[in-house]
Design a protein around this ligand. Sequence first.
Ligand SMILES: Nc1ncnc2c1ncn2[C@@H]1O[C@H](COP(=O)(O)OP(=O)(O)OP(=O)(O)O)[C@@H](O)[C@H]1O
Length: 259
Amino acid sequence: MATAAPETAAERPMIQVVDLHKTFGAQKVLTGINVTVPEGKTCVILGGSGSGKTVLMKHMIGLLKPDQGQVFVDGEDIVPLGDSEIERVRRKFGMVFQAAALFDSMNVFENVAFPLREHRKGWSEEQVRAAVRAKLDIMGLPVSVESKFPADLSGGMRKRVGLARAVVLEPKIVLYDEPTTGLDPITTAYVDEMILEAQAKLKVTSVVISHDIASAFNVGDYIAFLSKGLIIEFGPPEQLRNSENPVVKNFLQTWFDKN
Ligand SMILES: Nc1ncnc2c1ncn2[C@@H]1O[C@H](COP(=O)(O)OP(=O)(O)OP(=O)(O)O)[C@@H](O)[C@H]1O
């Protein structure tokens, strides 16, 4: 079975999950997860429906407590932490949800400014304006987009605004929850490009929860393949492509047959 340790010893772990177990009632959902996401890299947690991706992600941000195991974020085990401490750790994360989760009644500028208005109350309007523009610039969104409302944007642009908002407080880690689910191939490619650009320009650590194989191969430095509550393969995309594990092979084959 694959271990989760990154190959280069020089890579510092930003997230490290160690022997994580979680049971709901009689259902064992996570049965000993080990996975390490090195700082500055993108790790895709890939797996079929019901494999436990969301449950694993919730442990990474302290929304769930495991029955057993540790979750280190930026060097700190978050499992024993109380609510206010977890809140502090959660500020290290920017979250991008499947639906962009923008406020429909606010224009793009106010959507991206929203976290700053909540968490940077001492900032001047000029500071807010500059921070919003800087993030929209990184996402390739021009000034003309700022006054538009979410309903006036394409799906891909909404994702970019969602990411601009997720990173406006300068998180160390960006967590993408199923970023390409339900999107057409062109928008999927646009969103993959967005993840790669954000990675290059912001130098964040990224975790992408996905069941989209093509997208995982495009954006992942590492892919962790989750099946029935265990990481059964971990490594760069080539390793997954050449996996001898029958479950991984079957998952990939099914996809290649369809595409
Ligand atoms: N709070 C909960 N209480 C009980 N069971 C849960 C809870 N959360 C998740 N589960 C169960 O854990 C299993 C894994 O769920 P999870 O949402 O992590 O899957 P997933 O890999 O994210 O799937 P999908 O791609 O369909 O979202 C499922 O069988 C689900 O019903």
